[in-house]
Design a protein around this ligand. Structure first.
Ligand code: ADP
Ligand code: ZN
Ligand code: ZN
Length: 732
């Protein structure tokens, strides 16, 4: 039908394309793209966003419905924001509506409700000021909160009270019910400000190079060893941008893992800094989103999804730890925030700085080819020197719970010298599996091709792939023998061995299990920082960002799977992890040592990494990729399918291959598969892969944009769950 104005509305969800509606009945405002509308949909209503207006619709006259109301008077998203989101939808072949709604704070994805988010602070009421805290001695947590607030008449953040004074929802309710406290806004934080350092010559050079380019697009790779002062470089650049009245966006892999970076930005730039991460309440996220959109705040530090935050005067993007896997979303809309940040900088014309001590091979190649300018910080900034790396050969030694005699001796020396030691093992739980000594039975997960991990403290068998849990058995379910033994070790078991071996020394274990209570991680980290805990065992939670001044010995227990992993990126990830963990050693005056236990001390990649460092390692790894024609020398799209019935996924991918191999550009592509996924059965479903590869990006994307229209029409498309992953980072 034809009409004066037809709204093209995008909705969240898997549906491609737009939905046509007539403007609302009482429409008076202009119909600008980027505004939200409430629209009738099926038997209920939904919130959609206006993409464009048009005067044609394929919907027949009379069937076209009217939108119910316009929810925003001014657009939430500007043309530049929509442009970026459209690019992302095209590139990742994901429905635009879903991409847009992913970029909006949760509260704006729904119909507006009257309920307002409770303010973040808490202060005493008059009754609370008057109350004698001792009268609450039977409720020690309430007492502790009241005492703290009596010392802070302007109020305290609820999150801080939860961390330091055990404020729980129940305690809060009791205090509110008694009328002793009331929610309040908090005054802007005034942290003791930290002076900027005098930059060293390398830092100065890096800052100058970027500074010269503040007015246009240019990508930089800031390649600086751990502790070389990258954060200091970011701070100077952000200060410049701020002085111009512009905004800066800093992406970090995970907020919890970068406390020092956050703190330093807040100390230098105070209330200009806003922080977006997944642990924030929806109301808080929305507030920050609007503050950025309306340019009331200028600096945003955030994780992956913050890359989409509207910032009209954005003048600089920084991506810290650019190699980190968490920039890639592995579900639904599978984008890479690092790559999006490059496109965003290019679209608006500002510099982007990718920082890392261990750059991804993708970024190194971009630098080699001149697309990025490389800036090097080869030395640590303060007086600290780089830690020394050495291997411990564990092929023939007798291990004690995974610890070699040589390592135990080094630990003992470190502890006796009054220094801190940190052990790294990327596996939580007591042991990766239990076995029956009589019949060889193993703790297979009933739903996956994997073993269930033994969590001894919780008395559980727990599959880390699907979450399946079972009580720990007392006897073998197969033969009845009580002789069940752990195979291999997790952090819980190493903790046990260390406690037996070094009973005099306080120890902390940091992993998801030991820090599941809110605030417990912060508590543990504080103790480690203060030096009161000399022995630390942890998973990747301790690998990144933290600055532990008195750690002089770092031990890496088991990374060998990185040398022979099924994924071609396994060795790159191993090298990055080793250097990340190693970077925790000797960050202050005393030099650090890193010991790596391995069964493959002669492996050339390992040798190169230990003796010559990451650059030499990366060079060899890059040659291997080139010979094998793998990324970054090729581009990939991975199509995954899974179903309850074991034959459907491969069948679907075969249909796909037949249906799409004749399309234009297909001759320029390589099709690998369909093959069973590396873990063929997971969470009760059978899974298969089809990998499509090309050494040119363009034909791959041209082919995909045509092919994707066909996928949904294939006979088995509705019998499997399928997904498209452009530039896959993991072949799981
Ligand atoms: P990176 O981000 O590369 O790991 P940081 O910026 O955290 O490095 O710097 C490491 C340490 O060196 C920090 O404690 C920091 O305060 C200090 N530092 C950084 N730049 C300088 C400088 N120019 N002079 C003295 N100390 C510095
Ligand atoms: Zn499982
Ligand atoms: Zn048995």
């Amino acid at each position: 039908m034809e009409s004066d104005t037809i709204l093209k509305i995008a909705l969240a969800g898997p549906l491609r394309g737009f939905f046509d509606y007539l403007p609302p009945e009482d429409n008076v405002t202009t119909l600008t793209p980027g505004c939200r509308f409430e629209i009738p949909f099926g038997r209920s209503s939904r919130v959609g966003i206006l993409i464009s207006t048009n005067n044609k619709s394929s919907v027949p006259a009379g069937k076209l419905k009217r939108a119910l109301s316009q929810l925003d008077q001014a657009p939430l998203l500007q043309p530049s924001d929509l442009r970026l989101l459209k690019w992302a939808a095209d590139y990742y072949e994901h429905p635009l509506g879903d991409v847009i709604f992913h970029a909006l704070p949760v509260n704006l994805r729904k119909k507006p409700t009257a309920s307002k988010a409770s303010p973040p602070g808490l202060r005493l009421t008059q009754a609370g000021e008057a109350v004698d805290a001792e009268s609450l001695s039977r409720a020690p947590k309430q007492r502790s909160v009241i005492l703290a607030l009596q010392h802070h008449p302007q109020g305290l953040a609820k999150s801080k009270l939860a961390e330091d004074h055990d404020l729980s929802p129940a305690v809060l309710r009791s205090l509110l019910d008694k009328g002793l406290v009331t929610p309040c806004e908090l005054p802007p934080q005034t942290l003791p400000s930290e002076a900027a350092y005098q930059l060293n010559p390398q830092q100065q050079q890096a800052v100058d190079r970027v500074r010269e380019n503040l007015d246009g697009f240019q990508a930089f790779l800031l390649n600086g060893v751990t502790g070389s002062g990258k954060t200091e470089v970011y701070l100077h650049l952000v200060a410049d941008v701020l002085a111009q009245g512009r905004q800066a966006l800093i992406l970090v892999p995970e907020i919890g893992l970068t406390p020092q970076l956050l703190q330093r930005f807040q100390q230098r730039m105070g209330h200009e800094v806003a922080v977006l991460h997944s642990a924030l309440a929806d109301g808080e996220r929305e507030k920050i989103w609007h503050a950025m959109r309306q340019m009331r705040q200028h600096i945003l530090i955030g994780t992956r999804s913050a890359v989409f935050t509207p910032m009209p005067s954005l003048g600089l993007i920084i991506v810290d730890e650019e190699h980190d896997l968490s920039y890639k979303q592995q579900e639904g809309f599978r984008y890479n925030a690092r790559d999006i940040s490059l496109v965003r900088a290019q679209q608006i014309g500002c510099p982007v700085v990718l920082g890392s001590a261990t750059p991804s091979l993708e970024s190194l190649r971009n630098a080699q080819e001149g697309r990025y300018r490389q800036l090097d910080l080869p030395k640590r900034a303060a007086d600290a020197s780089m830690p020394s790396l050495a291997l411990i050969d564990i092929r023939n030694g007798h291990l004690k719970g995974g610890l070699s005699p040589a390592l135990l001796k080094h630990l003992e020396q470190t502890l006796q010298a009054g220094e801190q030691a940190m052990l790294f093992l990327n596996r939580r739980g007591y042991a990766p599996m239990l076995t029956c000594h009589a019949c060889g039975w193993l703790t297979d997960c009933p739903r996956c091709d994997a073993r269930m991990t033994h969590h001894r403290q919780q008395k559980l068998l727990w599959c880390h792939h699907c979450g399946h849990q079972q009580r720990e058995p007392v006897a073998c379910p197969s033969c009845g023998s009580p002789d069940l033994r752990p195979l291999g070790q997790g952090t819980e078991r190493v903790e046990e061995i260390l406690r037996q071996h070094f009973p005099k020394y306080p120890l902390a274990r940091i992993d998801r299990d030991s820090t599941s209570r809110k605030g417990s991680l912060e508590k543990l980290l504080k103790q480690v920082h203060s030096g009161s805990i000399p022995l630390l065992i942890g998973t990747q939670m301790i690998a990144k960002g933290h600055h532990f001044p008195s750690v002089t010995l770092v031990a890496i227990l088991d990374v060998d799977q990185g040398l022979f992993g099924a994924d071609f990126r396994a060795s790159e990830r191993m090298a990055q992890l080793i250097l990340q963990v190693a970077g925790r050693a000797g960050r202050a005056e005393r030099p650090g040592r890193v010991l790596i236990q391995t069964r493959h001390p002669d492996h050339p990649l390992m040798q190169l990494l230990i003796q010559q460092g990451y650059a030499a390692f990366a060079k060899l790894a890059m040659q291997e990729r080139q010979m094998a024609m793998l990324p970054p020398y090729a581009h990939q799209v991975l199509i995954r399918a899974e179903a309850n019935r074991s034959d459907y996924p491969e069948l679907f991918l075969k249909q796909l291959l037949e249906g799409c191999q004749k399309l234009q550009h297909a001759a320029e592509l390589e099709f690998w598969g369909p093959v069973p996924a590396p873990m063929e059965r997971r969470a009760g479903k059978t899974r298969a892969h089809l990998l499509i590869q090309s050494n040119q990006r363009l034909p791959l994307h041209r082919w995909l944009s045509e092919a994707i229209e066909i996928f949904a029409t294939l006979p088995h498309a509705r019998k499997v769950r399928w997904s498209v992953d452009v530039d896959p980072q993991e072949m799981l």
